[in-house]
Design a protein around this ligand. Structure first.
Ligand SMILES: NC(=O)C1=CN([C@@H]2O[C@H](COP(=O)(O)OP(=O)(O)OC[C@H]3O[C@@H](n4cnc5c(N)ncnc54)[C@H](OP(=O)(O)O)[C@@H]3O)[C@@H](O)[C@H]2O)C=CC1
Ligand SMILES: CC(C)(CO)C(=O)C(=O)O
Length: 331
């Protein structure tokens, strides 16, 4: 199949290399040093899915109309990236590979003739240098849309992608997006203090902050009437129980996620943006929790403080101390 990948960064590069290895005709978009490196030497993937070296067509925009598109930009870049391709890809099935709650709706608004789906990935991939990606945690990805059962097209696209990398079609995708949003409460604290997810969760005080942001986000989801989808052993029943637990016990949740992540240090996608001097996706992660809380007539002080601190690190260009974070976040 001819597959176009918009945004060959950490996850886009991973999918591109694995889909090309599985025999698909892959074209990617990239920019600057990334584009030059991919044109010169292809995409080099290492880590959890083994080594892959994929020679793929690359440009600033896709040149040929594909059979399937994966949009793999950060949430804040999705509208610009999709708009630049609207004339070419409207009508082509699109999978938005993205954290946050908005990706599928953004694509559907900009591509009215396309059938748009979302993909939630628990893979941890580090874009180590232009054209080079290291997968630190391989994991199944979840594909779907809306609130109902997985439809035939989602099942078929998941089957096609699964020939390269494990993907399953899920029922109740919106609930699964919320569960992933809870997982993404792992992103902010490492990004603020400049440490790996594993080191943060190993620190009792920081783990408490991560657990507090997760519990706050689950409580907001419940107030918004969300039924959390099942991802990686986490589901509605466990998250509702977690929402009622005192933090001292609730800290087992980030701990369990850290154990699943394995031993290879994972920075998380938010910190990777900071290290490249790029704006982060935080307004679509903890920022989404703040907006959803407000829509439910609630406040989300932990996520609000973490969002502000990530923006401060964006402006400063360097991490803040653990003490500063602990002083600012109301836990
Ligand atoms: N990395 C990970 O481990 C995981 C990431 N995710 C999610 O997957 C999504 C992608 O993340 P990730 O792969 O880390 O992101 P990256 O920042 O590594 O890659 C994004 C890519 O999109 C490109 N891009 C940005 N703006 C545009 C634009 N306007 N037009 C075309 N291309 C553009 C970037 O190019 P440039 O570098 O030139 O800006 C970059 O190549 C995010 O929602 C993230 O939260 C989910 C699970 C794990
Ligand atoms: C699952 C996790 C935390 C993997 O790193 C992720 O989604 C991210 O980095 O954005």
């Amino acid at each position: 199949m001819r597959i176009g990948i918009i945004g060959a960064g950490a996850l886009g590069g991973t999918f591109a290399a694995l889909l090309a290895r599985a025999g698909h005709d892959v074209e990617v978009t990239a920019r600057g040093a990334g584009l030059a490196a991919i044109r010169e030497g292809g995409i080099r993937l290492s880590g959890g899915y083994g080594d892959a070296h994929a020679t793929v067509s690359a440009g600033e925009t896709l040149a040929a109309r594909p059979d399937l598109v994966l949009v793999c930009t950060k949430a804040q870049d999705a509208a610009t990236a999709i708009s630049a391709h609207a004339a070419l890809i409207d009508g082509v099935p699109v999978v938005v590979v993205q954290n946050g709650l908005d990706g599928v709706a953004t694509a559907a608004r900009l591509l009215p003739r396309s059938s748009c789906m979302g993909l939630l990935s628990i893979i941890a991939a580090n874009y180590t240098e232009p054209g080079t990606v290291r997968v630190t945690t391989p994991a199944t990805s979840y594909l779907g849309r809306g609130d109902g059962p997985a439809d035939a097209e989602c099942v078929e696209v998941a089957r096609v992608l699964s020939g390269a990398v494990p993907v399953v079609a899920v029922d109740g995708f919106r609930g699964a997006q919320w569960t992933k949003l809870i997982v993404n409460m792992l992103n902010a604290v490492p990004a603020i203090v400049g440490e790996s997810v594993q080191d943060v969760v190993d620190d009792r005080r920081l783990r408490r902050v991560v657990a507090a942001s997760m519990r706050e986000a689950v409580r907001v989801g419940i107030a918004r009437g969300i039924r959390f989808g099942s991802l990686q052993g986490l589901g509605d029943r466990r998250l509702r129980l977690f929402a009622r637990l005192p933090l001292a016990i609730g800290q087992v949740l980030p701990w369990a996620m850290r154990v699943r992540m394995g031993g290879v240090p994972n920075l998380g996608s938010t910190q990777q943006s900071l290290r490249r001097g790029q704006p982060t996706e935080i307004d679509f992660l903890n920022g989404a929790v703040v907006r959803e809380a407000s829509a439910a007539g609630l406040d989300a002080p932990v996520s609000r403080a973490l969002t502000a601190l990530v923006h401060e690190v964006e402006r400063r260009g360097e991490p803040l101390s653990r003490e500063r974070l602990l002083a600012d976040v109301p836990v």
